[in-house]
Write a protein that binds this ligand. Structure first.
Ligand code: ZN
Length: 314
Protein backbone atom coordinates (compact mmCIF):
# COMPACT_ATOMS: atom_id res chain seq x y z
CA UNK A 1 0.00 0.00 0.00
CA UNK A 2 1.37 3.37 -0.99
CA UNK A 3 1.92 5.87 1.71
CA UNK A 4 -0.19 8.97 1.43
CA UNK A 5 2.17 11.93 1.45
CA UNK A 6 1.47 14.23 4.34
CA UNK A 7 1.55 17.88 3.42
CA UNK A 8 2.91 19.96 6.21
CA UNK A 9 0.98 23.18 6.50
CA UNK A 10 3.20 26.02 7.51
CA UNK A 11 1.26 29.12 8.37
CA UNK A 12 3.36 32.19 8.30
CA UNK A 13 3.39 35.77 9.42
CA UNK A 14 6.14 37.57 7.57
CA UNK A 15 6.90 41.26 7.87
CA UNK A 16 9.12 43.20 5.52
CA UNK A 17 10.02 46.78 6.20
CA UNK A 18 10.23 49.16 3.28
CA UNK A 19 10.97 52.87 3.17
CA UNK A 20 7.37 53.81 2.42
CA UNK A 21 5.52 51.27 4.61
CA UNK A 22 5.80 47.93 6.38
CA UNK A 23 4.11 44.91 4.83
CA UNK A 24 2.88 41.86 6.76
CA UNK A 25 1.70 38.70 5.02
CA UNK A 26 -0.39 36.56 7.38
CA UNK A 27 -1.59 33.07 6.41
CA UNK A 28 -2.66 32.08 9.92
CA UNK A 29 -6.15 33.35 9.10
CA UNK A 30 -6.54 31.04 6.06
CA UNK A 31 -9.35 28.55 5.69
CA UNK A 32 -11.56 27.68 2.73
CA UNK A 33 -13.42 30.98 3.20
CA UNK A 34 -10.58 33.26 4.20
CA UNK A 35 -7.57 34.36 2.19
CA UNK A 36 -4.16 35.43 3.42
CA UNK A 37 -4.01 38.99 4.69
CA UNK A 38 -1.47 41.43 3.35
CA UNK A 39 -1.44 44.50 5.59
CA UNK A 40 0.47 47.59 4.61
CA UNK A 41 1.16 49.72 7.66
CA UNK A 42 2.17 53.34 7.22
CA UNK A 43 3.28 55.48 10.12
CA UNK A 44 3.00 59.21 9.57
CA UNK A 45 4.67 61.81 11.72
CA UNK A 46 2.81 65.13 11.66
CA UNK A 47 4.58 68.41 12.25
CA UNK A 48 2.91 71.81 12.73
CA UNK A 49 3.82 74.75 10.56
CA UNK A 50 3.01 77.88 12.54
CA UNK A 51 3.33 81.58 11.71
CA UNK A 52 6.87 82.87 12.22
CA UNK A 53 7.93 84.41 15.52
CA UNK A 54 5.08 82.96 17.57
CA UNK A 55 2.55 85.28 15.87
CA UNK A 56 -1.14 84.35 15.76
CA UNK A 57 -1.17 84.68 11.97
CA UNK A 58 1.32 84.88 9.12
CA UNK A 59 1.88 83.56 5.60
CA UNK A 60 3.17 80.44 3.93
CA UNK A 61 3.85 79.76 0.24
CA UNK A 62 2.06 77.16 -1.89
CA UNK A 63 4.11 73.95 -2.05
CA UNK A 64 6.55 75.61 0.40
CA UNK A 65 8.02 77.25 -2.70
CA UNK A 66 9.02 80.94 -2.27
CA UNK A 67 8.26 81.61 -5.97
CA UNK A 68 4.58 80.60 -5.44
CA UNK A 69 1.75 82.68 -3.94
CA UNK A 70 1.72 83.19 -0.16
CA UNK A 71 -1.43 82.27 1.82
CA UNK A 72 -2.53 83.45 5.22
CA UNK A 73 -2.03 80.86 7.94
CA UNK A 74 -2.90 80.83 11.64
CA UNK A 75 -1.32 79.21 14.67
CA UNK A 76 -2.41 75.68 15.59
CA UNK A 77 -4.12 75.18 18.93
CA UNK A 78 -3.88 71.89 20.86
CA UNK A 79 -7.55 71.20 20.09
CA UNK A 80 -7.46 71.98 16.37
CA UNK A 81 -4.22 69.99 15.95
CA UNK A 82 -5.57 66.94 17.75
CA UNK A 83 -8.87 67.02 15.81
CA UNK A 84 -7.04 67.39 12.50
CA UNK A 85 -4.74 64.41 13.11
CA UNK A 86 -7.59 62.18 14.27
CA UNK A 87 -9.82 63.10 11.35
CA UNK A 88 -6.99 62.53 8.89
CA UNK A 89 -6.32 58.96 10.01
CA UNK A 90 -10.00 58.06 10.50
CA UNK A 91 -10.91 59.10 6.98
CA UNK A 92 -7.82 58.04 4.99
CA UNK A 93 -7.42 54.53 6.42
CA UNK A 94 -10.88 53.19 5.44
CA UNK A 95 -10.52 54.63 1.93
CA UNK A 96 -7.55 52.32 1.21
CA UNK A 97 -8.33 49.41 3.55
CA UNK A 98 -9.96 46.18 2.38
CA UNK A 99 -10.65 47.20 -1.22
CA UNK A 100 -8.62 44.68 -3.23
CA UNK A 101 -8.13 40.91 -3.58
CA UNK A 102 -5.04 39.63 -5.40
CA UNK A 103 -5.50 36.40 -7.35
CA UNK A 104 -2.85 33.77 -6.61
CA UNK A 105 -1.87 32.07 -9.87
CA UNK A 106 1.16 30.27 -8.45
CA UNK A 107 0.81 26.50 -7.84
CA UNK A 108 1.76 25.52 -4.26
CA UNK A 109 2.21 29.17 -3.23
CA UNK A 110 0.76 29.63 0.30
CA UNK A 111 -1.38 26.49 -0.13
CA UNK A 112 -2.93 24.89 2.96
CA UNK A 113 -5.23 22.01 3.95
CA UNK A 114 -8.85 22.45 5.00
CA UNK A 115 -10.36 19.08 4.12
CA UNK A 116 -8.51 19.33 0.83
CA UNK A 117 -5.77 21.54 -0.49
CA UNK A 118 -6.68 25.16 -1.02
CA UNK A 119 -4.77 27.99 -2.60
CA UNK A 120 -5.57 31.33 -0.94
CA UNK A 121 -5.67 34.66 -2.64
CA UNK A 122 -4.48 37.78 -0.85
CA UNK A 123 -6.77 40.27 0.86
CA UNK A 124 -5.31 43.80 0.90
CA UNK A 125 -5.48 45.72 4.13
CA UNK A 126 -4.19 49.14 5.14
CA UNK A 127 -3.31 50.48 8.56
CA UNK A 128 -2.48 54.14 9.00
CA UNK A 129 -1.19 55.80 12.12
CA UNK A 130 -0.48 59.44 12.68
CA UNK A 131 1.51 60.75 15.60
CA UNK A 132 3.21 63.96 16.53
CA UNK A 133 6.83 64.23 15.39
CA UNK A 134 7.46 66.35 18.47
CA UNK A 135 6.70 63.27 20.61
CA UNK A 136 9.55 61.27 19.04
CA UNK A 137 9.33 57.87 17.39
CA UNK A 138 10.00 56.56 13.90
CA UNK A 139 7.87 57.36 10.89
CA UNK A 140 7.76 56.31 7.25
CA UNK A 141 6.89 59.85 6.24
CA UNK A 142 7.00 63.21 7.95
CA UNK A 143 4.10 65.49 7.03
CA UNK A 144 4.17 69.25 7.56
CA UNK A 145 0.79 70.88 8.01
CA UNK A 146 -0.28 74.51 7.78
CA UNK A 147 -3.51 75.76 9.39
CA UNK A 148 -5.16 77.95 6.79
CA UNK A 149 -6.87 81.16 7.78
CA UNK A 150 -10.65 80.84 7.16
CA UNK A 151 -10.34 83.55 4.47
CA UNK A 152 -8.20 81.24 2.32
CA UNK A 153 -9.91 78.77 -0.02
CA UNK A 154 -6.79 77.33 -1.65
CA UNK A 155 -3.33 76.17 -0.69
CA UNK A 156 -0.87 74.27 -2.89
CA UNK A 157 -0.24 70.96 -1.09
CA UNK A 158 1.98 68.03 -1.95
CA UNK A 159 2.49 64.59 -0.49
CA UNK A 160 4.47 65.81 2.55
CA UNK A 161 2.98 69.30 2.94
CA UNK A 162 -0.73 69.51 3.75
CA UNK A 163 -3.14 72.20 4.75
CA UNK A 164 -5.90 71.99 7.33
CA UNK A 165 -8.58 71.76 4.59
CA UNK A 166 -7.02 68.77 2.82
CA UNK A 167 -9.39 66.30 4.45
CA UNK A 168 -12.44 68.18 3.09
CA UNK A 169 -14.04 67.36 -0.31
CA UNK A 170 -12.95 70.04 -2.77
CA UNK A 171 -13.87 70.54 -6.46
CA UNK A 172 -10.74 69.79 -8.51
CA UNK A 173 -12.00 69.57 -12.09
CA UNK A 174 -15.09 69.31 -14.31
CA UNK A 175 -15.90 66.17 -16.29
CA UNK A 176 -17.42 65.85 -19.76
CA UNK A 177 -20.96 65.94 -18.31
CA UNK A 178 -20.24 69.27 -16.62
CA UNK A 179 -20.20 67.68 -13.15
CA UNK A 180 -17.67 68.82 -10.58
CA UNK A 181 -14.97 66.25 -9.85
CA UNK A 182 -14.51 66.29 -6.09
CA UNK A 183 -11.54 65.05 -4.10
CA UNK A 184 -10.40 64.82 -0.51
CA UNK A 185 -6.75 65.63 -1.11
CA UNK A 186 -5.29 63.52 1.68
CA UNK A 187 -6.45 60.20 0.19
CA UNK A 188 -4.73 61.19 -3.09
CA UNK A 189 -1.55 62.08 -1.20
CA UNK A 190 -1.61 58.71 0.61
CA UNK A 191 -1.62 57.15 -2.87
CA UNK A 192 1.62 59.02 -3.60
CA UNK A 193 3.11 57.91 -0.27
CA UNK A 194 2.22 54.32 -1.22
CA UNK A 195 4.39 54.80 -4.31
CA UNK A 196 1.88 55.68 -7.01
CA UNK A 197 2.08 58.50 -9.53
CA UNK A 198 -0.64 60.50 -11.20
CA UNK A 199 -3.42 58.92 -13.25
CA UNK A 200 -1.71 59.21 -16.63
CA UNK A 201 1.91 59.30 -15.45
CA UNK A 202 4.22 57.62 -17.94
CA UNK A 203 1.95 58.33 -20.90
CA UNK A 204 3.01 60.64 -23.74
CA UNK A 205 0.82 63.41 -22.27
CA UNK A 206 2.55 63.08 -18.90
CA UNK A 207 6.12 61.79 -19.26
CA UNK A 208 7.64 60.06 -16.23
CA UNK A 209 10.03 62.43 -14.50
CA UNK A 210 12.90 61.41 -12.22
CA UNK A 211 10.71 62.11 -9.21
CA UNK A 212 7.06 62.84 -8.46
CA UNK A 213 6.96 66.16 -10.28
CA UNK A 214 4.34 65.29 -12.89
CA UNK A 215 1.98 68.12 -12.04
CA UNK A 216 0.94 69.09 -15.58
CA UNK A 217 -2.86 69.20 -15.91
CA UNK A 218 -2.80 66.23 -18.31
CA UNK A 219 -1.26 64.06 -15.57
CA UNK A 220 -4.53 64.27 -13.61
CA UNK A 221 -6.43 62.91 -16.61
CA UNK A 222 -8.30 64.32 -19.58
CA UNK A 223 -10.70 61.39 -20.00
CA UNK A 224 -13.51 61.15 -17.43
CA UNK A 225 -12.12 57.79 -16.28
CA UNK A 226 -8.68 59.20 -15.45
CA UNK A 227 -10.06 62.49 -14.12
CA UNK A 228 -12.27 60.64 -11.61
CA UNK A 229 -9.36 58.44 -10.50
CA UNK A 230 -8.11 59.00 -6.95
CA UNK A 231 -4.70 59.52 -8.54
CA UNK A 232 -6.31 62.06 -10.89
CA UNK A 233 -8.73 64.68 -9.55
CA UNK A 234 -11.43 62.44 -8.06
CA UNK A 235 -12.13 59.69 -5.54
CA UNK A 236 -12.53 56.60 -7.75
CA UNK A 237 -10.47 53.52 -6.90
CA UNK A 238 -9.52 51.22 -9.78
CA UNK A 239 -7.67 47.91 -9.80
CA UNK A 240 -4.53 49.72 -10.93
CA UNK A 241 -4.41 51.24 -7.43
CA UNK A 242 -3.68 47.80 -5.94
CA UNK A 243 -0.13 48.27 -7.19
CA UNK A 244 1.53 48.70 -3.74
CA UNK A 245 -0.02 45.44 -2.47
CA UNK A 246 0.77 43.57 -5.71
CA UNK A 247 4.35 44.75 -5.51
CA UNK A 248 4.68 43.68 -1.87
CA UNK A 249 2.99 40.31 -2.57
CA UNK A 250 5.53 39.57 -5.31
CA UNK A 251 8.42 40.69 -3.13
CA UNK A 252 7.38 38.71 -0.03
CA UNK A 253 6.39 35.47 -1.78
CA UNK A 254 9.17 35.65 -4.38
CA UNK A 255 6.53 34.85 -7.01
CA UNK A 256 5.75 36.98 -10.00
CA UNK A 257 6.83 40.32 -11.35
CA UNK A 258 4.85 43.45 -10.67
CA UNK A 259 5.80 46.75 -12.19
CA UNK A 260 4.35 50.17 -11.52
CA UNK A 261 1.51 51.40 -13.75
CA UNK A 262 3.91 53.92 -15.30
CA UNK A 263 6.46 51.18 -16.02
CA UNK A 264 3.72 49.10 -17.60
CA UNK A 265 2.73 51.95 -19.86
CA UNK A 266 6.31 52.49 -20.98
CA UNK A 267 6.85 48.77 -21.61
CA UNK A 268 3.64 48.55 -23.60
CA UNK A 269 4.59 51.61 -25.65
CA UNK A 270 8.04 50.17 -26.36
CA UNK A 271 6.63 46.80 -27.42
CA UNK A 272 4.06 48.54 -29.59
CA UNK A 273 6.83 50.41 -31.38
CA UNK A 274 8.98 47.29 -31.79
CA UNK A 275 6.26 44.83 -32.73
CA UNK A 276 3.67 47.04 -34.42
CA UNK A 277 0.23 47.25 -32.85
CA UNK A 278 -0.81 47.00 -29.20
CA UNK A 279 0.65 44.05 -27.29
CA UNK A 280 -0.62 42.35 -24.16
CA UNK A 281 1.25 43.25 -21.04
CA UNK A 282 2.87 40.08 -19.69
CA UNK A 283 3.24 41.48 -16.20
CA UNK A 284 -0.42 42.16 -15.47
CA UNK A 285 -1.52 38.59 -14.59
CA UNK A 286 0.77 38.23 -11.59
CA UNK A 287 -1.23 38.91 -8.43
CA UNK A 288 -3.91 40.52 -10.59
CA UNK A 289 -6.23 42.72 -8.55
CA UNK A 290 -9.99 42.33 -8.14
CA UNK A 291 -12.43 44.59 -6.35
CA UNK A 292 -14.81 41.81 -5.31
CA UNK A 293 -14.05 39.02 -2.87
CA UNK A 294 -12.37 36.01 -4.47
CA UNK A 295 -12.37 32.95 -2.18
CA UNK A 296 -9.49 30.49 -1.76
CA UNK A 297 -9.58 27.90 -4.54
CA UNK A 298 -9.12 24.15 -4.57
CA UNK A 299 -6.25 22.99 -6.73
CA UNK A 300 -8.74 21.95 -9.43
CA UNK A 301 -10.49 25.31 -9.38
CA UNK A 302 -7.15 27.06 -9.62
CA UNK A 303 -5.94 24.78 -12.43
CA UNK A 304 -9.09 25.52 -14.41
CA UNK A 305 -8.62 29.24 -13.82
CA UNK A 306 -12.00 29.53 -12.09
CA UNK A 307 -12.79 32.62 -10.07
CA UNK A 308 -14.71 31.66 -6.92
CA UNK A 309 -16.69 34.69 -5.89
CA UNK A 310 -19.33 32.62 -4.04
CA UNK A 311 -18.55 29.68 -1.75
CA UNK A 312 -21.60 28.03 -0.16
CA UNK A 313 -21.20 27.70 3.60
CA UNK A 314 -20.60 24.19 4.92
ZN1 ZN B 1 -0.62 64.32 -6.78
Amino acid sequence: MALTPVRHVVHIKTTKRYAKYDAELDTTVCDRYNNANLTLTMRLGFRQINPAGGAASGTYHDYGDPTKPARTIVRWTPGSWSRWKTNFVRSAQPFWNGKFWLVNNFPTCLEFEDGQTYRPNIYCRFRLSGADVAAGGSYHHTIDVVRLDPSESFFGSHSTLYDSNDTQPTPKDTDSTGAAVMQRAHVHEIGHLLGMGHATQGSAACPQGPRDDTNADACYGTSDHDMHSVMGSGMALYTVHAFPWRWAAADITGKGTVRSPADNRELRARRTRLLGGPQPDPTTNDWSAKMVRHYPRTQDEARLGQAITRRPSR
